[in-house]
Design a protein around this ligand. Sequence first.
Ligand code: SF4
Length: 316
Amino acid sequence: MNKFVFGPVPSRRLGQSLGIDLTPVKTCTLDCRYCQLSATTHQTLERQMFCDPAEVIEELRLTLDEIDPPDWLTFSGAGEPTLHAGLGRLLAEVKAMGVAPSCVITNSTLLGREDVRSELLLSDRILPTLTTVNEATFTRIHRPPVDLILNEVLDGLRKFCGMYKGIVDLEIFVCPGLNDTPIEIAGLQGYIANLSNLASIYLNTAVRPPVDGEIRPASVDELESFKEHLRVFVPISTAFDHSPLPRKGVRKPPPAHEAIQALLLRHPCSIGQMERVLNLSGDLILETLKNLKAQNLVEVGHDGLWRRQLNNSEHA
Ligand code: SF4
């Protein structure tokens, strides 16, 4: 079973996206209340060499040998990818491979660092997240470490956008009652107006159950209202815009138990969602889940979603 590379995952924003996960579960700079993976067990701002880049590249090459070229090679997963101290080297190696463009999904928190900004310049696309320009709201939503200063993050993202030649698709995660007031939206609007090189904005919300049960998803109307009030001159889409999922990649399929575990590690899912994403029959999925549950590898929550049971020493 792969340790770092997962998918390809069909994504409305990224087409067929082959994921590369560089951090152990669940290592992140933040502990967002809306996180749909799990609570952060290792919160840090310190960049580390969590795994050997050569091992990641080797696994990537082996995976790419078995599949059609994906649309994007996407650094994302069960944590914050810019925490990996070898990200720049990996982006350079991916570029040299020339198989597919690279994309980094980031929570933006390390963009205040010059080294992170210059490494990300090697990518072809980034999807940074921003929820607020207000420090108190930022703290309420993301539970950051005390030494993370929002203004430095905002300044870093602005500087990065000014230098970057790739595509920037900003994600705003909407938490009703926290960052959707007129003052919050006006603050975001003012900040976004000064971001150069922005290609689009995606309004996301907690469509899967978040770690904090008090965070509820925005409704279709709430996201539409947010979109209407944001009034910026870039295309805005929302989590409820339903374009068809992209074509499936051609790949020798991994065994069902591997595919299910890899998916559940990053995305808690219902059986129906697993059927759609993995293209497996409901019977096979049920049978496999039963076996995995007996080995304490997966569990099902009260919300009906299946998750990987986490073992903190494990690398995603
Ligand atoms: S939502 Fe993203 S940034 Fe927030 S804790 Fe989860 S993985 Fe980290």
